[in-house]
Design a protein around this ligand. Sequence first.
Ligand SMILES: Cc1ncc(COP(=O)(O)O)c(C=O)c1O
Length: 422
Amino acid sequence: MATGEGLISMVNWTKIRNDFPALERTINGRPVVYLDSACMALKPRQVIDAMNEYYECYPACGGRSIHKFGEEASNAYSEARRKFRKFLNASDDSECIWTRNATESLNIVASAVKLPKGSKIITTSLEHHSGSLPFVERARRDGLKTEIVKALPDGTFDIEDWKKAVDRNTSMISVVHSSNVTGTVAPMKEIVEIAHDRGALVISDDAQYAPHHPLDVQDLDVDFSAISVHKMCGPTGMGVLYGKLEHLKSMNMCFYGGDTVSDVRFENGEILPEYLPPPEKFEAGLQNYAGAIGAGAAADYLQAIGMSEIEKHERSLLEVALKRLSDMEHVHILGTNDISIKTGLVTFNVDTVSSAHDVATFLNDEFNIMVRSGWHCVGPFHYQMGIDPKKGTVRASFYLYNNREDVSSFLSGIETLIEASK
Ligand SMILES: Cc1ncc(COP(=O)(O)O)c(C=O)c1O
């Protein structure tokens, strides 16, 4: 296992923790230990305040109304997109499309990107259902071929498998950058190089990667990236689709209507629309202005702390957790223990307890420790590993507001459970 030595940070993590009002709560007289950030991250005051400011001061429509509230809403909406562009290091604001979540971002690409007849789409056994199913269904719709690259049992990929799978007939690849089950980080740059060498496009599922690691879409050269804003301290119901402008321009539209058009003529009994370029092309109707403003505030908040610092902090917590869990009899960890290629999460099972839900229920009921149990929307990898998806696995995920005490409470909780269930 890589060591956590040298992971000393200049960030005041106690101050950061105090930004999150939900962590001030006690339930039944006990503090809460929130270890479910891979599902939904907590929200800092800075994000809540930015959204409240919109609702309290200028809760109007952006992009249409010329009055003062409208102007303020338009400016804040554009500014939020600019902040997000900076966060991703996209080359143009128009490359960032607001969506409802990463699932919608993946679906937009899967349904609207133009792919040659008879070509092949590749995805993996480690994909979240949101990263595989839209592409499986696209292939069914258009009679395209599919191929699945199998992850290795430790959640990593063998790059040779990619070289074999991606051929000149491959048009599209959907791959999870950081797995929400094993936490392993895929060798995205190498996959993109292989794909581009053979003329294929890549969508990187960054739902788990963007909140926890520095992400530079230009450096990775990905064609698309799907981002889940609610997993990165932003509001619920918000996601981002990043796409290279040339691809966004050539894609079909998904939704038609208000705000997508530059002109709609009525000639010879016909309605004749002229559509706007991205991002408007993909943002039909009135938008979630508060959500976008909150997303911009979240991007600013994380960047001010520094994504490398956040990555280091999480890995230092993960290292402690992995070390002690690995030593526990009856605990079986899914995925590699190499923290240098992992996001801050650990997924495991306890063989003295019949299902993952029982583990999560025990931790929640006894200690207010909130973890996730189930199949994490990654059925195929559970099947590949011979794990009954109904029994599932337990996932503890760490974020910038977690500390060593959280990790200790969690580990002690697991030890207590094992003792009680033996
Ligand atoms: C790897 C991965 N991809 C996609 C998604 C879907 O994200 P969203 O809920 O934003 O649609 C998730 C959510 O857990 C995820 O972990």
